[in-house]
Ligand binder design. Sequence first.
Ligand code: PLP
Length: 362
Amino acid sequence: MQYNRIYNFNAGPAVLPLSVLEEVKESFMNFSGSGMSITEISHRSKNFEVVINDAVSRTKRLLKLDGSYHVLFLQGGASLQFAMVPMNCLPDGKTADYVDTGTWAVKAIKEAKILGKNPKIVVSSKDKNYSYIPGNIKLSADAAYVHITSNNTIEGTQWCNFPDAKGIPLVADMSSDIMSRPFDSKPFGLIYAGAQKNIGPAGVCMVIIREDMLKLVPENLPSMLKYTTFSSSNSLYNTPPCFSIYIIQLVLKWLEEIIGGLDKMEAINKEKAELLYSAIDSGGFYRGTAEPGSRSLMNVTFRLPTEDLENIFVQEASKNSLGGLKGHRSVGGCRASIYNATTLEGVKALTDFMKYFEQKNG
Ligand SMILES: *Cc1c(COP(=O)(O)O)cnc(C)c1O
């Protein structure tokens, strides 16, 4: 394999398209004929303005966002958004509905509580180890927003159809599945995503926020914690993570120009996931942990007959250039993260190895 690269199934930071990495390599020494590395140019330069504006335009085109949305690039990861969302968009005296579908949802709820806000857990799938996405959710009529986690990275579940919030803005943590499929953006008041799963490297979080949500931002917050600070400055209030934003721009260009948009991306993602889930379901050796109707197209979680076998599986896979298959430390088992940049070839290599391992140990 070129550059001795392995098949990378890490959950995050995660695999990036090879063509993007090759372009980064060039611009790392001399960006766009500037005679400087992309990491050496000013965030106030024309060159960087082109980068950030292109990343914003491509995001708007790919997600078909109308003119009422702002695309921002913030630091602090998705984890800071757990606090910024209620800080900015949950007025005192109001409540917000939270859907508890796993570890990251729990963390979002925790931050809202720390702020003395009033998050209301309207439903939880904790009763079955977060192995499913709840249906028939009763939402409050007076909530400021409804918070969901579109893809549960650790538990391997994903919303197939988003809940009908009846006009109340949906707020979604899309860290691990943004840009993996098309969806109707209109019900969403705010979307946030740490870049390091599906759209870039660590160090930047994409926030997509609608005008009406910006109107809720209180005046008396520190500048760096206010969405309006970034919406009024094109994310250039202070020095942004330029290098990370640049890589996002290239990933979005790859999505539009090489893949051909989110419909195409979704078809590829479905093909990869189906291949992997059918390898899991084909015998009694592997067992998927998510309920079939809630299975994630991004993070495929599964168990083997014993923990010992799981450890050997991860080790042997690694010797065969298949990396990152250990499940999250909080849940154990195995997990293959098959984000946008994971190739069908990589998934085939994994399923071939799974068949071989089953024959040897089953
Ligand atoms: C990884 C992840 C986070 C945490 O992201 P950070 O950028 O590390 O703060 C939050 N939510 C989801 C769904 C994730 O997958």
